[in-house]
Design a protein around this ligand. Structure first.
Ligand code: ADP
Ligand code: SF4
Length: 687
């Protein structure tokens, strides 16, 4: 296939100071939970982005000094940190990309729980979040120290082979942004007050970096031009424009976005592709240097219009490059149907928050490139003669069938329902989740190209019909159903009074069961389902109270950066949230709730209850089949496996990963030792 000439503009080279990007695709810095504890995994993951066509591939934030210390991110504190980062630049260079590094000192945002150094800030202030610690105000000698540390880190970056040094003033994760924002800078010296003064340190650090490495490295600035806090913080009309006017010609590239991370990485539930444009599209009028921006861009037409309208010179991406590291290559080769579009769910963010190697709903190979040898675009051809039956076409079944098909296996995909997608097909009809349909659409599109995969809709498989297929490998991917008895985290035995009430589950809500108000939604799941169920019922005009044992609705979404937006949306819609309460009984036209701290009882009048608690794996088929091992042998079935929610209900990401793993490993039993490669700690000199 050849590229559509409409997209030629995306493949023009861009000069970034002394270096040249081969096209306009720029992978902006992004966290990945691997950092300095998994350097080889990080290096190979970044190298694959370059292989997939990203002209610039950046690291995540890199700490420059022990006064700015995170537990997991990469660092350049001294020369010993150079080799592990050189491993990444080698991988990126091998595939023709430019490697960028984002240097930072996190200021008051640095917890320093290991180093025990006191955090520093432009003005004395409580440390970020709820840490019982204050950051101290930097004096002039501190500022000089910081500039020296930054210079040294830039020099080490060059030694590690980086082509672009990113001076970081974004996400509230950088001293440079703390100096810029009136919210965090209350100084009265030459570094405080006017915008010019607040931008002074940024100017100095750009100049230092240019002097130190500018002969051979491009110097980029990543800056937050709006904090979405109105006058209290940085605004694009005030600081954003002023910074570009004052410093516009100083660096070799501007990478501009909004702060903080939860504003920059909004999920699809709360924002569309290109949601930042209102805040950042002014930039190119204020500088002649290349401008990069992000906005979850996956549409090549949208990208072309951004370049042609003069909004950006390069298309920045973190999440779209995670969901599809080969996005640029696929556009270049005219394979638009093959693009695996990001669904904007932020499971990638959540893994970083858990200090775990990055994972992605759409791309099960993300984070597994080195440790399991999983390449996003290549999979080993089949090495057995098995015919494979996959029962159930939810995310797990679709992924398994697609990946097995790519390996060349003869596959039967049997689905009881009349549409593909399982839970995704249902959930993407819930408020705000339509982009999640991409999980189904991508896989359905790919399956349609595979002649060796037969898809059978309206085919509820029984043990007898499974035995008749003649398949030698069987994966049961029948999913799970929401429990109707309220058991889950808070209740190990059913909630009393279930038979007296009008009791429903999210499956009923998604099936548009007739539910009357007032409704109590009991959320003991804590991810999106409780909140989204309440939102849907409220949009039908019902009075809704969400009861949860946690302090806030959808508490786990703190890891996907959605917690605050979910509370706001629910409260503004008129949903009552009763936090720190469990549901202790149901009966007649009311429910009984109990405070999780005091046990104090409250009664709420309601006509219906929706229980968002545990889920039951649909494993009856599996149990029936395993109950008759002789029949399996007689039918020629050599291995029977459960995958996805049928094995253990979890996220869509986990189901897809499980399906992918089955396709790679064919359900082999776990070895006694490690199941993947990992880095061993390097011992210090002998004691
Ligand atoms: P997962 O997230 O693990 O992929 P889902 O619940 O999304 O699970 O999808 C499971 C799919 O399996 C559903 O579409 C369901 O209709 C289908 N299914 C369940 N049992 C059977 C069966 N016995 N035969 C065929 N399809 C089944
Ligand atoms: Fe996109 Fe979700 Fe993958 Fe993150 S985890 S890259 S948001 S699909």
């Amino acid at each position: 296939m050849t590229r559509d000439p409409r997209y030629d503009v995306l493949f023009e080279p861009v000069r970034i100071g002394p270096v040249t990007a081969r096209n306009r695709f720029y992978q902006v810095p992004h966290c990945n939970g691997m950092g300095r504890t998994h350097p080889t995994a990080m290096a190979v993951m970044r190298g694959i982005k370059a292989e997939g066509g990203w002209a610039v591939v950046c690291t995540e934030q890199c700490d420059i000094h022990p006064t700015s210390e995170t537990t997991r991110e990469i660092r350049l504190w001294d020369d010993r940190d150079i080799p592990s980062l050189a491993r990444m630049t080698e991988q990126v260079h091998e595939h023709g990309g430019l490697a960028g590094i984002e240097l930072t000192h996190m200021g008051y945002h640095a917890y320093n729980v290991t180093s025990r150094e006191v955090p520093m800030a432009p003005s004395a202030t409580p440390a970020y979040g709820i840490l019982p610690q204050q950051a101290r105000e930097m004096d002039i000698s501190d500022i000089a120290d910081y500039r020296r540390w930054h210079r040294a880190a830039a020099r080490r970056s060059k030694e590690a082979g980086f082509d672009i040094i990113v001076v970081y003033a974004g996400h509230d994760l950088s001293l440079l942004m703390h100096f810029l924002s009136p919210r965090t800078n209350r100084r009265t010296d030459e570094y405080g007050g006017s915008v010019e003064n607040r931008a002074r340190l940024l100017r100095e650090v750009i100049e230092d970096t240019k002097q130190e490495v500018g002969d051979s490295c491009g110097v980029a600035v990543r800056v937050a031009v709006d904090e979405l806090l109105g006058e209290a913080g940085i605004t694009s009309d005030r600081e954003g424009r002023a910074v570009l006017d004052l410093l516009g010609e100083l660096p070799d590239l501007w990478d501009i976005n909004v702060s903080e991370w939860h504003n920059d990485s909004q999920t699809s539930r709360f924002s569309e592709e290109g949601f930042q444009e209102a805040y950042i599209s002014f930039a190119k009028q204020h500088t002649s240097k290349p401008v990069v921006g992000v906005g979850r861009y996956t549409s090549p037409d949208h990208m072309v219009s951004l370049i042609n309208k003069g909004v950006f010179d390069m298309i920045g991406a973190a999440r779209p490059s995670i969901a599809d590291p080969f996005l640029p290559k696929k556009i270049e080769e005219g394979r638009l149907d093959d693009i695996r579009e990001c669904i904007g769910c932020n499971i990638c963010v959540a893994s970083d928050m858990h200090s775990a190697p990055i994972r992605c709903t759409q791309n099960p190979t993300m984070g597994e490139e080195w440790r399991r040898d999983w390449h996003p675009e290549r999979i080993t051809p089949k090495d057995t003669d098995d015919r494979v039956l996959v029962v159930g076409a939810g995310p797990a079944g679709l992924e398994a069938a697609m990946s097995l098909g790519r390996r060349g296996y003869d596959v039967m995909l049997a689905e009881a329902g009349t549409e593909l997608g399982g839970r995704v097909a249902r959930e993407c009809r819930l408020p705000g989740l339509s982009a999640w349909g991409r999980v189904r659409d991508y896989r359905t599109g790919q399956l349609n190209k595979l002649a060796n995969v037969g898809i059978y809709l309206d085919s509820a498989m029984t043990a007898e019909s499974v035995l008749e297929t003649g398949c030698s490998l069987v994966a049961v991917a029948g999913g799970a159903t929401w429990r109707r008895d309220g058991t889950g985290r808070s209740h190990v035995i059913p909630i009393p009074g279930l038979d007296d009430g009008n009791v429903f589950t999210p499956d009923d809500v998604m099936g548009d069961a007739p539910i009357t108000g007032p409704v109590v939604v009991f959320d003991d799941d804590h991810y999106y389902m409780g909140g989204v169920t309440a939102e849907k019922l409220r949009s039908q005009g019902l009075q809704v109270t969400l009861v949860t044992p946690m302090a806030e609705a959808s508490a786990w979404t703190v890891y996907t950066l959605e917690l605050d937006r979910i509370q706001k949306r629910l409260l503004e819609a008129g949903v009552e949230i009763l936090g720190s309460h469990t549901l202790s009984g149901i009966g007649g036209n009311e429910v009984e709730t109990a405070c999780v701290h005091t046990g104090r009882i409250r009664r709420l009048a309601c006509a219906s209850v929706v229980l968002v608690t545990g889920r039951d794996p649909d494993d009856m088929l599996f149990d029936t089949l395993t109950g008759d091992p002789d029949a399996l042998v007689a039918a020629g079935i050599r291995r029977l496996t459960r995958i996805g929610d049928a094995l253990a209900p979890g996220t869509i990401a986990a189901a897809i990963w499980s399906g992918h793993r089955f396709a790679r490993e064919l359900g082999e039993r776990l070895p006694d030792g490690p199941t993947y490669r990992y880095e061993l700690p390097a011992l210090a000199e002998p004691i």
